[in-house]
Design a protein around this ligand. Structure first.
Ligand code: UT7
Length: 325
């Protein structure tokens, strides 16, 4: 049976120039390089420049992905930006990216699922691409998390970084089996009753402010390790791909201990897990495409391989998807 799949043609990434080390943060809050490394695996993170916006990082990542796919902005008919740090309350950052790229009139909107945003956005884009409504889609995760930090809260401000990652998604004919290239299955979850565990304490219709990120770290940690594995198994079941056959796990980069805990639960060997926690920290919706970009650039991830992406974040949201590159 012939089916249309959404295939990832290329990936691109962008990290702002400014590096912020753990030692530098220890000058601002009561923390230490040792504590941050031991509890999270983070050594450093990037911080967006003054006057730079989320859309600027998104555009850089998108341009790289388009170039690698052999496409130009003129080809793009759908832009989805997963972000929790939009340039403005509206228009959508995707609309700003469209303008800055010089892409023609088409579909452009944002997806807000916080750290799970990229997995959500990829699944939403699949609905357009696989139904023939988009011939060339950009799915971007872009975050300026440093703008949401309370720099007096050592429990959160050391954990996050800024950056953007993008993929070009295009239709690809397949046979309906696991040999097909493209998005083969996904599982998305949200439990709104757990809102208080991870949220931002401001917004346009409540405080009229941007607000700061608040997190009950230990509880989020426990939720992540326990529940992500279920979503991974569910996505693998939809794709009809046993977890053991996945070539590369590309998790959301929140904490090295969470990556290891989820991999352990799933019986996945550590050397199949892509980790950029040490140098990127938690870049929310940007973390998965940035990690994928790193492993494509260094030659670990190759065309034809089976990838599994998974994430968990504010909402609480979580999810996973299986893709053959
Ligand atoms: O992307 C969205 C998903 N987010 C996550 O997945 C994050 C999930 N949570 C975590 O990664 C971890 O829970 C944290 C890294 C946030 C915290 O690690 P933990 O091992 O759970 O530490 P804890 O919260 O239990 O705190 C242990 C101690 C506390 O001190 P006391 O009460 O034992 O004296 C904290 O006050 O560590 C203290 N602490 C710190 N000490 C130095 C908390 N943050 C820091 C810090 N530096 N930055």
């Amino acid at each position: 049976m012939s089916v249309t799949r959404s295939a990832i043609r290329s990936v691109g990434g962008y990290l702002p120039e400014r590096v912020v080390t753990n030692a530098q943060l220890a000058e601002v809050v009561d923390t230490s390089d040792e504590w941050i490394r031991e509890r999270t695996g983070i050594h450093e993170r990037r911080r967006i420049g003054e006057g730079q916006a989320t859309s600027d990082m998104a555009v850089e990542a998108a341009r790289q992905a388009l170039e690698r796919a052999g496409r130009s902005a003129a080809d793009v008919d759908l832009i989805i930006v997963a972000t929790t740090t939009p340039d403005l309350t509206f228009p959508a950052t995707a609309a700003i990216v469209q303008r800055k790229l010089g892409a023609p009139v088409g579909i452009a909107f944002d997806v807000q699922a916080v750290c799970s945003g990229f997995v959500y956005a990829l699944s939403v884009a699949d609905g357009f691409v696989a139904r023939g409504l988009s011939k060339c889609a950009l799915v971007i995760g872009a975050e300026a998390m440093s703008r949401l930090m309370d720099w007096t809260d050592r429990g959160t401000c050391v954990l996050f970084g800024d950056g953007a990652g993008a993929v070009v998604l295009e239709p690809q004919e397949g046979q309906g089996g696991t040999a097909d290239q493209g998005l083969l299955g996904f599982a998305l979850r949200c439990d709104g009753t757990k809102q208080d565990l991870l949220y931002v304490d401001g917004g346009p219709s409540t405080t009229g402010t941007v607000g700061h990120l608040r997190m009950a770290g230990q509880q989020v940690f426990r939720h992540a390790v326990i529940n992500i594995a279920e979503a991974v198994e569910a996505a693998a079941a939809v794709a009809k791909v046993p977890v053991a056959q996945i070539d590369w796990f590309i998790p959301h980069q929140a904490n090295q201990r969470i990556l290891a805990g989820v991999a352990h639960r799933l019986g996945v060997a550590e050397d199949r897990v892509i980790s950029t926690v040490a140098t990127h920290a938690n870049t929310s919706a940007a973390s998965i495409p940035l990690a994928m970009n790193t492993a494509v650039e260094d030659g670990r991830i190759k065309p034809g391989q089976m990838l599994l992406m998974e994430a968990m974040g504010g909402g609480l949201t979580w999810g996973a998807c299986v893709v053959r590159l």
